[in-house]
Write a protein that binds this ligand. Structure first.
Ligand SMILES: Nc1ncnc2c1ncn2[C@@H]1O[C@H](COP(=O)(O)OP(=O)(O)OP(=O)(O)O)[C@@H](O)[C@H]1O
Ligand SMILES: [Mg+2]
Length: 900
């Protein structure tokens, strides 16, 4: 046996081989050592007396799937080797074969998969200066490909796809610096594959065969080269691991990065689109609020919508129209959601059907889902938005024409919701499979009586056979006058007659003794044996026939694979749109206007997530206006805790939601299309990546300056914070100037360096805003209101005081602050930072007139403070002084409200 094992293991050096022995799956040698650690199970050895015992560990066969799930969860690949003949019938060694190769990226079983997420296997190759990316979810049939010129963008896209497992072409993987540049692959299951397998012609032939088409043109893949190679490699890998056909991989959807809004990794994480930054939880993320889908398929679709916002007003409008109509027609929406909520995960059932791994319960789940479709279609017929238009039955056949393309990408001539109730499939399953099949298929009894005459006869026979045995028992008791005579069954002897010792005298002569027990004897009769053979064969035959019928039904369902897949995808989209409707309804979102203009105008915008949290205070909405003529860069200052980051993020989130085609948390919003959103948070913790925080911050900033366009939305939250103040201010200043002069991107810039408010004095499209607070009897009250104008104070010390820093530390901090602020202006009163050395001679005198406002008012205060001799000041005097200062500082109009 070990020889067979080793021969097999040599084919799977990396994987962990689970080798069926009796009632266990065993692992040997290194696999045993590795697995016992990973699974925390006992490591023993096979022959303890030998000088060099073989390490061994094992798991019981009935719970193997939970162990497999854990190994897969740890990114391992598992090979299952089963006994493929009945050990009772085997001559010599039981024949064993690999029945499955299970890898993280090729899972099909529901228990191993996250219902609301995809499980992507990704292929990666580079050729001719382009990176080819293809990815598929074997559990749903989703299969996409794209090519990207720039390496960093390619890594970003891989991060957005977030694959569980990756196949990389060897030439790419072995290139110098690959591991550093492709950090995104860290922690994923990565397989390096021979470069030759990514060859285009090879891949093309394979894909043509897979899709059953003469040419791939219909898919719009003609321009792809390395991506096509990657796609072909994926299909080959899927086949090899499944060891079956993967017929549900029926189309490849090419896309370009420019089809969707670009959201790089830091942006997705900072905006907490799918999970929170700190804990990685879904709750507290944007999806956590807006994912009100009622089916797993819908949830996956909405997730994709959020990660891939749209760029064309007409496709965005199509979703918005759908939400608007459903909002107006509440009953229709409720009916739809009610029905969609009963759907099984049709995509995943379909995948299991294709891989020959669907159970009877799966088929019943599919049938019940299909039975919900007619009501859904009837409800859709009451709706008129283009999104709901059903498929035109006389339209082009699937896979030809534009249907191979991503239906959401924008071709308006295309049918939107190809929902097919598949009555043939539903009725086939209804006729063939019982309503509630047993959990364990081995129990049999899942084919409905009346579906197959031969099966019914065999079942009759075995049932009557059992009745006959009962009759025989009665007859024999009567005849022998032994009241305790029993006919029983066991695996070794089959049916037998049992007579207690006390009654042995009455045993008829034709009984043949088979076994003697302590107080009974067991007999058979020729008559009994003859019946037994008939009954048992009938049972076995019925079981075999049942399996065969089931496989046949499954094969016929498989023929409808593509129709099921299309219908499932359409239902998923419908679910996503009803979810958006539900959020809009519950949280009072409004319809945004999305146009080609350059303005972003949000009136009374809210942060979708923070407004839902229990803060102990009402959420205060804010207005934000950005455009490219006068409000291109908003510098946002204000005390700590005031709500700067919140305004920044809500603006980005409202923009993103609008382009997803969702209503938005605002009184009104007009969004001039945004091609990319960049958000960067200064000094974000990035220790895990092994780079210094500041280095990361600067890499991110460089990336923005290189990639932002006039259409982008740039959100910078305290960029430059990670270094010394002067360096930080200087860098932030220069970045803002560059964005103003060169890039032209609409930008929100929150900062505590109020020196940056001076930018507005020299740059025409920079505007200062601050978040108002009110000081009242020594307290800072957060008003949360965004107001025009800068602020000269951060109230950082106030916040520190609130946080309980010792009073002497607070007092000293105030002194130091004062010293620092003295140096802010040059002799002429102009902001020192705005000066260009080359222009120094000309001086900043021209700007003197502009110089007024906040600092003007503060001047007497400074003079007062300068006069104080701290060495002689008593505590009482200090308090009095503070009192006076406070009085002086209060602006005349609003009592103590800081307008900066
Ligand atoms: N508009 C608002 N309405 C109600 N509460 C708000 C609002 N904005 C912010 N908050 C509350 O204030 C907290 C702090 O907000 P935020 O992080 O945006 O402040 P910040 O100005 O960025 O502070 P820091 O300068 O320390 O980064 C939020 O977590 C939230 O609880
Ligand atoms: Mg902040």
């Amino acid at each position: 046996m070990l020889r067979h094992y080793l021969e097999l293991k040599s084919r799977y050096p990396e994987e962990i081989v689970l080798y069926r022995v009796g009632d266990f799956y065993e692992m040997f040698f290194e696999d045993a050592v590795r697995a016992s650690k990973l699974l925390d199970i006992a490591l023993t050895s096979r022959d303890k007396h030998s000088p060099d015992p073989v390490p061994l560990c094992g798991v019981p066969h009935h719970s193997v799937s939970s162990y497999i799930a854990r190994l897969i969860g740890l990114g391992r690949k598992v090979v299952v080797c089963d006994q493929v003949e009945d050990p009772r019938l085997a001559q010599g060694l039981v024949r064993r074969e690999v029945t499955r190769v299970i890898t993280p990226g090729t899972l099909l079983e529901e228990e191993h998969l996250e219902a609301r997420g995809n499980n992507f296997l990704l292929g990666l190759a580079a050729r001719g200066g382009r990176f080819g990316i293809a990815y598929l979810d074997l559990s749903t049939g989703e299969f996409r490909a794209t090519e990207i010129q720039e390496e960093r963008a390619a890594t970003e896209e891989v991060a957005r796809i977030d694959p569980r497992e990756v196949l990389v072409a060897e030439d790419l993987a072995s290139g110098s610096g690959f591991a550093t540049r492709w950090r995104v692959l860290e922690g994923r299951c990565v397989n390096v594959i021979e470069t030759a397998r990514f060859e285009r012609s090879h891949a093309e032939a394979l894909l043509r065969e897979q899709f059953g088409v003469a040419s791939l043109d219909a898919f719009g893949c003609d321009a792809l080269d390395p991506a096509l190679g990657a796609a072909g490699t994926l299909v080959a890998y899927a086949r090899a691991t499944q060891m079956t056909a993967v017929g549900h991989l029926a189309r490849l959807v090419p896309y370009a990065l420019s089809d969707y809004m670009v959201l790089d990794d830091p942006t997705r994480r900072n905006l907490e689109l799918t999970e929170t930054l700190r804990e990685g939880r879904r709750e507290g993320s944007l999806l956590g609020v807006i994912d009100r889908t009622v089916s797993a398929m819908g949830s996956r679709t909405l997730r994709r919508w959020v990660l891939y916002p749209l760029l064309r007003p007409e496709t965005i409008m199509r979703r918005l129209d759908a939400v608007e109509e459903l909002l107006a027609k509440r009953t229709a929406c409720t009916t739809l959601r009610g029905r969609l909520g009963t759907l099984s995960d049709m995509e995943r059932i379909n995948a299991r059907v294709s891989a020959g791994r669907a159970t009877a319960r799966d088929l019943v789940g599919l049938r019940r889902s299909l039975e919900a479709v007619p009501t859904i279609l009837a409800t859709l017929s009451q709706l008129s938005a283009a999104f709901f238009a059903p498929k035109d039955p006389s339209g082009p056949k699937p896979l030809l024409g534009p249907e191979g393309r991503d239906p959401e990408r924008g071709d308006l001539s295309e049918p939107r919701l190809p929902i097919d109730p598949l009555p043939d499939v539903a009725s086939l399953i209804a006729r063939a499979i019982v309503d509630d099949p047993p959990m364990n298929p081995r129990d049999g009894g899942f084919i409905r009586p009346g579906y197959h005459v031969g099966l019914d006869d065999l079942r009759d026979l075995s049932r009557h056979g059992k009745g006959w045995i009962a009759e025989l028992e009665a007859r024999e008791r009567e005849r022998t006058q032994i009241a305790s005579l029993k006919i029983r069954y066991n695996k070794v002897f089959g049916y037998y007659i049992e007579i207690t010792k006390a009654n042995l005298a009455h045993v008829p002569p034709e009984y043949e003794r088979r076994q003697t027990l302590a107080n009974a004897e067991r007999y058979v009769t020729p008559e009994l044996k003859a019946w037994e053979t008939k009954v048992l064969t009938a049972e076995d035959e019925a079981a075999a026939l049942e399996r065969q019928i089931f496989e046949d039904v499954r094969a016929r369902v498989q023929e409808a694979s593509l129709r099921i897949q299309e219908t499932a995808a359409a239902l998923a989209r419908l679910d996503a749109v009803t979810a958006l409707t539900q959020v809009a309804h519950e949280h009072r979102y409004t319809r945004p206007v999305v146009d080609e203009g350059d303005a972003i105008t949000i009136v009374e915008g809210r942060h979708p997530v923070i407004e839902r949290m229990n803060l102990g205070e009402r959420f205060v909405p804010n207005d934000v206006h950005l455009d490219r003529t006068s409000h291109q860069i908003l510098i946002l200052t204000g005390p700590n805790m005031a709500g700067k980051s919140t305004v920044l993020r809500q603006t980005a989130l409202i923009t993103l939601l609008a382009q997803v085609g969702s209503f938005v948390p605002a009184k009104s919003a007009r969004i001039g299309l945004v091609d990319r959103i960049f958000t960067r948070v200064g000094a974000a913790d990035n220790l895990a990546r092994g780079q210094s925080t500041f280095m990361v911050e600067m890499i991110e900033a460089a990336n923005i300056l290189h990639h932002a366009t006039r259409r982008s939305l740039v959100v910078l939250d305290e960029i430059g914070r990670g270094t010394s103040t002067f360096d930080g201010i200087s860098i932030a200043w220069a970045i803002a100037e560059h964005l103003h002069a060169r890039v032209g991107a609409r930008t929100l810039f929150a900062t505590h360096y109020h020196e940056l408010t001076d930018l507005a004095r020299t740059l025409p499209r920079v505007r200062n805003y601050h978040i108002a607070v009110k000081e009242w009897s020594g307290q800072v009250i957060f008003l949360r209101k965004l107001r025009e104008g800068g602020t000269s104070r951060s109230y950082g010390i106030e916040v520190a005081r609130l946080a309980g820093l010792p009073t002497d530390v607070i007092a000293r901090a105030r002194e130091v602050l004062e010293n620092l602020e003295r140096g802010e202006l040059d002799v002429s009163g102009a902001p020192r930072l705005a000066a260009h050395p080359a222009q120094r001679e000309k001086g900043a005198t021209a700007q003197l007139g502009l110089f007024a406002g906040a600092t003007e008012r503060e001047r007497p205060l400074r003079d007062l403070l300068r006069a104080v001799d701290l060495d002689t000041l008593t505590p009482i005097e200090a308090l009095n002084l503070l009192h006076r200062l406070k009085h002086e500082a209060a602006p005349p109009e609003a009592e103590g409200e800081s307008e900066g």
